[in-house]
Write a protein that binds this ligand. Structure first.
Ligand code: SF4
Ligand code: SF4
Length: 354
């Protein structure tokens, strides 16, 4: 059964969120995104997992298959093929984060031998091809790895059907596996692995999806490339780099809603910070910014993968309002905050004062 955690879904964060990636990918139309809600029709769901693969915040999960568990299980095993007919769901359930992490730790082949005849190929195979192309684009700039997709067509005479397979998978040493995965994830949250303070804070607050935690940890253990390259942001779906232009008035909505704290501020709200490696490209900050002040840059520096840093996107002068004493963003002229200014205007209009 596919489950939604509303606390992680950006649709529930803000009314203006336009995310509908899960609805668009679902091959059986079992997901319908409405204003501030995501409705799942379980009778229509075939548990392919494609929605999990595209959800930027891991708000969707299957109760009988966990991709993070699969990750650890697969890298520890002798298996080198990932196939929808033997050990995995539809390959569209593997996000770009997962593909990158897997490729950086193990050589493997994705079996696309069943895709051409698959009932859900129309939406899912397109996504699989796109994810592989994107992951290989990134890999070509940071390593000598490449993800191979081959028409192997893994079959077994006694191949259990999907549900039987899940039952076997779940029962097979499930307790041990869960314990191992828990330890692995806890290890990722350990500050000793050398993450910056913003990463540690976000990871501790558990607002970074597991798939990004995996990628963080694997990148941290990799040797840095001799030189850093630039990726075109247009071709990246899993992260981004941003700028904030002059039209920004520090309304604060973007860094208040950002689910991963990629966008953040200081206690005085005087600076907007941005951390590209924490961004999951959910697009929420763009959706909520009425002025359209946030833009994605043309290029993403691969240095961010190995030496992530919190950038200053914009600084503001914050002063105390001479009427109410509350801090506000000062641009020029009056030293009264916008709220007091509105109250003053309303009072004037009430008393007929020009
Ligand atoms: S893809 Fe994820 S974040 Fe986006 S609407 Fe669906 S569940 Fe919510
Ligand atoms: S910075 Fe914007 S796009 Fe990136 S995770 Fe935060 S809200 Fe989403």
């Amino acid at each position: 059964m596919i489950q939604l955690n509303p606390a992680s879904c950006v649709r529930y964060y803000a009314k203006s969120s336009e995310c509908n990636k899960c609805e668009v990918i679902c091959p059986t139309e079992a997901i319908k995104v409405a204003e501030s809600a995501v409705n799942i029709y379980q009778n229509e769901c075939i548990e392919c997992g494609a929605c999990m693969g595209v959800c930027p915040t891991e708000a969707l999960s299957l109760n009988n298959f966990d991709v993070t568990e699969f990750f650890f299980d697969f890298i520890k095993s002798d298996e080198s093929v990932i196939s929808c007919k033997s050990n995995f769901l539809c390959l569209a359930a593997l996000s770009v984060d997962h593909l990158l992490s897997l490729a950086l730790v193990k050589d493997f082949v994705l079996d696309i031998g069943h895709c051409a005849t698959c009932d859900i190929k129309e939406r899912c195979f397109v996504q699989i091809e796109s994810n592989i192309a994107e992951a290989n684009y990134v890999l070509s700039t940071i390593s000598d790895k490449e993800i191979q997709a081959q028409k192997i067509g893994v079959t077994k005479e006694d191949q259990p059907n999907r549900r039987e397979f899940f039952n076997i998978f779940t029962l097979k040493g499930a307790a041990t596996l869960h314990k191992q995965v828990k330890e692995e994830i806890e290890a990722l949250e350990n500050p000793e692995i050398g993450l910056s303070s913003s990463h540690i804070q976000a990871i501790r607050q558990k607002n970074i999806p597991n798939k990004r935690k995996l990628l963080f940890t694997i990148l941290k253990r990799m040797e840095k490339p001799a030189e850093y390259k630039y990726l075109e942001n247009e071709y990246l779906s899993f992260t981004s780099d941003k700028v904030v232009d002059e039209s920004c008035d520090n309304c604060s909505i973007c860094y208040r809603v950002c689910p991963t704290q990629a966008l953040s501020s200081d206690k005085r709200f005087s600076t907007i910070y941005f951390d590209p490696l924490l961004c999951v490209k959910c697009h929420l900050c763009h959706d909520v910014c009425e002025k359209g002040s946030i833009q994605i840059t043309e290029y993403f520096d691969t240095k961010e993968f190995f030496e992530p840093e919190q950038k200053v996107l914009k600084k503001f002068k914050v002063i105390r309002c001479i009427d109410c004493g509350n801090p506000f963003t000062y641009f020029s002229g009056e030293q009264v905050c916008p709220r007091c200014k509105i109250e003053e205007e309303e009072a004037k209009s009430l008393w007929g004062i020009e």
